[in-house]
Design a protein around this ligand. Structure first.
Ligand code: PGA
Length: 253
């Protein structure tokens, strides 16, 4: 018996126009009409959110955004607010993806502010953490995860974090075809759950969903999902194809 309801989330990154996203969402909804025990979320580009939300309306697939600003509104050219995402139909928001950290200067500090905004706005936050290849080789994986969790979640209470989802995404496994082995992923997830217990309490640690991300494909999902602390996946490349993504959603374990 699984302890937590699994979530399979698709991060479409900077792919698909509005029409392409709508077509794929329609196909996905058809392909997974028989799925009842797994929650599903897709995060298309901002321009596709509103039209895709129309497609998802009568379906169990939820909509998410790939990023958000922490302020309610203001002179922040190119940014998007929580209320804009909610009015476009979003239920989830991805925060601190490694590509945001790597190319757009996001830090644990900005993650922390965005997390507060998500909580206040009632968007379900998916906070991404994970080490680079150099950090893993230098045996810094645990200290990096510790710092990202401590600083990213700083000042919030266990009660306010009860919907929080963490995505463990080792940077060296994202878009590279190199997946962490199920054992490596399990070890990191167990460590993260332990951190949540230490910094908050065991109730939050036991209920929190921790997703794995990094080259998840139809042929490796079953072994990952067989691990006790892996509660789902954040999928990039393989979520862009309806057939492949539906196979991941229908994992067996
Ligand atoms: P990938 O991306 O599945 O293409 O490795 C995962 C992610 O960036 O969330």
């Amino acid at each position: 018996m699984r302890k937590r309801i699994p979530l399979i989330a698709g991060n479409w990154k900077m792919y698909k126009t509005g029409q392409e996203a709508v077509d794929m969402a329609r196909r996905l909804v058809q392909l997974i009409s028989d799925v009842t025990e797994t929650e599903v979320m897709i995060a298309p580009a901002f321009t596709a959110l509103a039209p895709v939300s129309e497609v998802l309306k009568e379906s169990p697939v939820a909509l998410g955004a790939q990023n958000m600003h922490w302020e309610k509104e203001g002179a922040y050219t190119g940014e998007i607010s929580a209320s804009m995402l909610i009015s476009a139909g979003c239920k989830y928001v991805i925060i601190g993806h490694s590509e945001r950290r790597q190319y757009f200067g996001e830090t644990d500090g900005t993650v922390n502010k965005k997390l507060g905004t998500a909580i206040q706005s009632d968007l379900i936050p998916i906070v991404c953490i994970g080490e680079t290849e150099e950090q893993r080789e230098a045996k810094q994986t645990y200290s990096v995860l510790d710092k990202q969790v401590t600083k990213g979640l700083n000042k919030y209470t266990a009660e306010s974090l009860k919907k929080l989802i963490i995505a463990y995404e080792p940077v060296w496994a994202i878009g590279t075809g190199k997946t962490a082995t199920p054992e490596q992923a399990q070890e990191a997830h167990q460590f993260i759950r332990g951190l949540i217990e230490k910094r908050f309490d065991d109730k939050l640690a036991n209920s929190m969903r921790i997703l794995y991300g990094g080259s998840v494909k139809p042929d490796n999902i079953n072994r990952l999902m067989a691990m006790p602390d892996i509660d789902g996946a954040l999928v990039g490349g393989a979520s862009l194809d309806a057939e492949a993504f539906s196979k991941i959603i229908k994992f067996e374990s």
